[in-house]
Design a protein around this ligand. Sequence first.
Ligand SMILES: [Zn+2]
Length: 123
Amino acid sequence: MSDHFTIKDQSLLWYEEILESHLAEAEQKVDELLADTTVDDNGCKVTDTKGPRRVRFNGKSDRAYRFVLAVRSNYAPSTDELVRHRCHNRLCVNPEHLLFGSRLDNWLDEVDRKANGPGSHLL
Ligand SMILES: [Zn+2]
């Protein structure tokens, strides 16, 4: 027996457990998070926090936008999978503005934002 092959990414494990065993609770948490935001002209659901809001659930915490997207898309992301904001607003937790992507994707988004300005991907 080898433990080596059973070690799983902490993020993946946490989200897999949430999606398998705590989905109803998690969906309620997402609804609460989304209700506690202000919608701006881009349709962004912006949290009333200085930095990206964090959420605590089932003994661990993560950025609220990551939690919202994972629960809403029923997908367990690994640590290497980042959330891309298509609207480039890091305070936005609107799942329709979010995508999972790699670190490279995230970097390319940033380059694109600097070149074209915010919101260019939403069109
Ligand atoms: Zn947004």
